[in-house]
Design a binder for this molecule. Structure first.
Ligand SMILES: [Zn+2]
Ligand SMILES: [Zn+2]
Length: 384
C-alpha cells in the first residue's frame, strides 16, 4: 500500500467530447480507489467525505485521491518514526519486526504500534519484578568479607551433597565463622538454633486435624497453632513424619488411619506436642518474631527433651549465594538483560534456622520464570 497506486489521469482536452460512458467508468474506478484507501487508512473517511467525493467531477476526484495519498504517505512516515522509537525501547525485540511492520497498511500498522505501546507497559512491570528479585535476594543479602566456596558448574544450581568436596569445606568454614546469615554457630547456647515447631503441624489440612482430634482426644482448631521449641534433629524427623501422613491420606485405595503412621509416643509428640513449657500461640506460619521470646531462656526440645538444639554431628547447610533458583541461566539472562550485574555463584555455611526461612523464594522464582518468558528468554524447565 505504501507505493502509489496507478491512477489514470485524463487531461481536459480528452474529457471534452468524451462519451458519458467513459466518464462514468472513470468515476467507478475512482470510487474503487477511494474505498480501497478508506479500508487501508483509519479515520481517513473523517477527513475525506464520501458524499463530497461522489458529487465531485472526475478532475476534482483525482485531486482528492492525490491528497489522500499524500495524507497516507505522511501518516506512514510518522508511523515508521514511531516504530523505530518504540522498537529501540523494547527489550524483547524479536517480538516486533520491522519487516512485518513494513508490510502493513496504515490501519494495521496503527494496531501494531498500539500493541508495541502495550508491550512496553507490560515490560515495565516485568522489569520491576526482576529488579525487585535482584534487590531482595542478591543486593540485600550480599555477603561481606566472609569466606565462601566457589559454586561454579552444577553446584551453582543443585543441592550440595554430603559427599561433595564443597560440603566438607563448608563444615570447616562453619565451625570457624558460624552461620553467614545470623553469625551464630550451630549448637551455640542462645535460642538462635531452636526451631519453632507448629503444633499441630501447618502441613496438615483440616480433615487430618479432625482425625488427629478424634484419635488423640484433642481440641485443635484448624489455623491455630502453638509454637514448641524443637531441636534440629527432631524437627527434621517431624518434617518427614508430616510427609508420611500426607502420603497416607493421599492413598485412595485404603481408608487413612493416622495411627498407621504415628505409631509411637515420640511420633505422637511431633503431631500433638510434647512438653508445654515455653510454647507460644500463633495463627501465623512465620516464626521470625520468636527469637525475642526464647532468647536467653533455658530451652528444651519438646519432643526428646534435649537441652541443646543441635547434636554433635548436626551439619551446616551449604547455602547458595545467589540462591540457586537465581543461578540458573534464565535468571542470569534476565539480570544481564536489565544491566544488573551477574554475580559469581558461591556457597556459605548456614545454620538450620536460617535455612528454614526462605519461604517466599519459590513463588518469586516462578515470577522470574514468567518474566524470562516474557522477555523471550528460554527457560529450561528441567530444574523445576
Ligand atoms: Zn543462622
Ligand atoms: Zn529433640
Amino acid at each position: 500500500m505504501k507505493g502509489r497506486g496507478a491512477v489514470s489521469f485524463i487531461d481536459d482536452d480528452s474529457v471534452v467530447g468524451k462519451k458519458d460512458k467513459d466518464i462514468a467508468n472513470q468515476k467507478k474506478k475512482n470510487a474503487r480507489t477511494f474505498s480501497k484507501l478508506v479500508r487501508d487508512a483509519p479515520d481517513i473517511d473523517n477527513i475525506f467525505k464520501k458524499n463530497k467525493f461522489d458529487k465531485s467531477d472526475v478532475k476534482q476526484q483525482q485531486d482528492i485521491i492525490d491528497e489522500m495519498y499524500d495524507y497516507i504517505d505522511e501518516r506512514s512516515k510518522k508511523q515508521s518514526i514511531e516504530f523505530a522509537k518504540l522498537h529501540k525501547i523494547i527489550i524483547n525485540k524479536k517480538k516486533f519486526s520491522a519487516k512485518a511492520f513494513n508490510d502493513l497498511n496504515i490501519g494495521a500498522a496503527e494496531l501494531y504500534l498500539e500493541e508495541m505501546r502495550d508491550h512496553i507497559v507490560e515490560e515495565k512491570i516485568y522489569k520491576n519484578i526482576v529488579k525487585d528479585i535482584y534487590t531482595t535476594y542478591i543486593l540485600a543479602q550480599k555477603p561481606g568479607n566472609i569466606e565462601g566456596v566457589s559454586a561454579s558448574g552444577t553446584l551453582a544450581i543443585l543441592n550440595v551433597g554430603t559427599n561433595d568436596a564443597a560440603w566438607t569445606e563448608i563444615q570447616r568454614i562453619g565451625k570457624k565463622d558460624g552461620c553467614w546469615t545470623c553469625g551464630t554457630s550451630m549448637g551455640a547456647k542462645d535460642a538462635a538454633n531452636w526451631i519453632a515447631d507448629h503444633i499441630p503441624p501447618v502441613g496438615l489440612k483440616k480433615d487430618i486435624i479432625d482425625d488427629v482430634n478424634a484419635a488423640y482426644k484433642k481440641h485443635f482448631v484448624f489455623g491455630k497453632y502453638n509454637l514448641h521449641p524443637s531441636c534440629v534433629d527432631c524437627s527434621r524427623d517431624q518434617s518427614g513424619l508430616v510427609r508420611d501422613i500426607i502420603k497416607e491420606y493421599s492413598n485412595r485405595n485404603t481408608i487413612p488411619d493416622i495411627k498407621n503412621v504415628v505409631w509411637n509416643d515420640k511420633l505422637k509428640k511431633m503431631i500433638v506436642g510434647g512438653s508445654d513449657k515455653n510454647t507460644i500461640p500463633t495463627t501465623k506460619k512465620d516464626t521470625t518474631d520468636l527469637k525475642d521470646n526464647w532468647d536467653g531462656k533455658a530451652i528444651q526440645c519438646h519432643i526428646c527433651g534435649k537441652k541443646k538444639s543441635t547434636s554433635k554431628d548436626t551439619a551446616y547447610t551449604a547455602d547458595h549465594y545467589p540462591p540457586k533458583e537465581f543461578n540458573t541461566s534464565y535468571a542470569q539472562s534476565c539480570f544481564h538483560l536489565l544491566g544488573l550485574k551477574v554475580l559469581k555463584p558461591m556457597l556459605y555455611p548456614q545454620c538450620i534456622k536460617c535455612s528454614c526461612k526462605q519461604g517466599s523464594l519459590s513463588s518469586d522464582s516462578k515470577k522470574l520464570i514468567d518474566a524470562a518468558r516474557f522477555f523471550g528468554i528460554t527457560v529450561n524447565k528441567g530444574f523445576f
